[in-house]
Ligand binder design. Sequence first.
Ligand code: F6P
Length: 743
Amino acid sequence: MRLSLRFVLPLMLILVSIAYAVAPLVDKLTLSWFVRDLDIRASLISNAIQEPLQERLAAGKKDNIGDFFARITQDERLYALGYCSSPTSRVIASRSLPAEINCTNLGRWEGSGERLLQSVQGPLHVAVKTMSGELAPAGRLVLVHDMSFVTRRSEETKRYVLYLFMSLMFVVSLITVIIAQLSWRGWMAGMRALLRGEGLLRKPGTIAPSTMREFNPIARDLQRLIQELESHTRARDEDQINWTPESLRAILRSELRGEDVIVVSNREPYIHQRRGERIEVQQPASGLVTALEPIMRACSGTWIAHGSGSADRDVVDSNDRVAVPPDRPVYQIRRVWLTADEEAGYYYGFANEGIWPLCHIAHVRPTFRSSDWTQYSIVNRKFARAVVSEAKTKAPIVLVQDYHFALLPNMIREELPDAIVITFWHIPWPNPESFAICPWRDELLDGLLGSSILGFHTQFHCNNFVDTVDRFLEARVDRDSFTVSLRGKLTAVRRYPISIAWPPEKALLQKSVSNCRAGIRQVNDLPPEHKLGIGVDRLDYTKGIVERFRAIERLLELNPQWIGHFTFIQVAAPTRAGIEEYQHHEDQVRAVATRINSRYKRQGPPPIVLKVEHHEPNAVYEYFRAADICFVSSLHDGMNLVAKEFVSARDDERGVLILSQFTGAARELPEALIVNPYDADQCAAALQLALTMPPDAQRDRMRLMRGLVAEFNVFRWAGRMLLDAAAMRRRNRLLANAGRVEI
Ligand code: F6P
């Protein structure tokens, strides 16, 4: 409205001034027209009455003249009539002749003299006509017309002029406001589209609308400015913050007004399992849970996940919620129940037999079934409903986790258009050719592009995703800002390397390294100075456990001095056992371990100890602290947090990490011994190097790695996403407000 007034007020002022200037002019003009009309009328009347008047004068009937005049002046306009035979004579007149008029002063109104007389009766028009007749001597006739009607008409005219200008003012203002509104909206829509990256970044062959073209230079500058500002602010903010649970909470409070965070993942952070009469709480072996659990402890909020434990239903309230962690509850798990068919199709089928092998190039063929796809869509919809019911505002912050929920971002957006949806894809994203084999590739891409921010561990995976979208969807891809715009909705594709909590929980480091070394060796029947390697993984074919065992075998072949002096303990959490490929894999892992152990069985402790069972985090940390070497040999891994956990466990700055080059972690921890897990000789050489590495060299490497994990911890990972979400929300508000500026 304020902007409209800026247009309309000056217009009104101008029109009012014109009205004021014009009204007296119109008045003057109409008056002169009326005077001229009355002059003519006076001449006409004078001509008409001259003859009868002269006749009366000639007949000496002067008394009659008054009556004669009185009859004539019955005319509504003719106010009075008078006759003067000479300047000195007495005027013969109708009764109404004003006293100001007499025979001596008639000269005032004669010829081009005055015409108007302001008498007590009001404004009068006075005309004096000379009579020259044959019947009577010449004299002068005075005709007085009433001019009060002129005043009345002048008032009326002024009123009409005023009405005219007022209507004009209204119409002009209305047209101005409408045109301004339309132009403003058009400009704003164009500007917003351009800021979102549309128009500037059209596909070849398409034509940008003219508004867009007008805005291109300015929008480009604006975009650059916003990007510079954002990256500058982000870098400054990030570097200045000491990343802890407290700083994360502070960001939530200050940048996101203390809004609740909703996390959605398939795997829940705490699983309630029935063991006879008892209910046991289990923390699953999951990198996702390792990373997100400390975040939820810091931020509170709600974690929506599949309730998969045998006692999960027994501990929830009427809203399917349970407060966790069990010892000191600070956030809620909202459990979603799945039928056996849903779990089989969505989790085992589409997610783990389809997308998992599709994204991990580990030479296992993906299997795609339409029945699985149907269940995947149904379950994503089920979780979308859960998000809507858990959202306390219309614009919640939702952190969607992983490949189980590729359709969920779009479904959330349909229900909660103002939500900030941050999706994190924990596994690799393959190149477009590999991804293209998925029969539902377009639907998956479309679903993910409902996210406000889509995160991957590495820039390489961001590039692959953007290339895939560019190849298969009609979307605008901006490689400068790494954004994708689909149907007017912008998704920022960003690299957020995931990490672990730093410092690690005190309880995990409570037992000293020397106690852990002694304890683990004792439990596993190993001599006190026996060299120990450790591997901790889910029993998944992507983890390269078979390749790892072959490398150990090769080490013993090439360096037989380690036979009976080196043992590798593989902790393997059972996983996805319902899938045939995993059953084969477990068989294969067991078989390779047995074969190697039997090869060296007479020469002391076995080279490999395989523990296919679930271990809680404190047990895993004990192994990390007891080991001389940690070997991560994934064939393909988004990040691999085991590598970072090993580093965090070693506060004694000892131990060597051997790390597959195909993990995201390898890009962050170059001080590890980086290997190709398919190259058994190279891995064996790395094992040999690790087993013989002097303590100083171990310390130097470990210090650098610990420094990195400390600085880039999981609070920074989440904090960066939340800061980006806050920046995005600010930008959206700015654009929405700009569009809403009233005019
Ligand atoms: O690596 C991808 C991932 O989702 C991890 O985030 C997690 O560690 C693991 O898979 C969990 O697997 P699942 O939930 O199937 O046991």
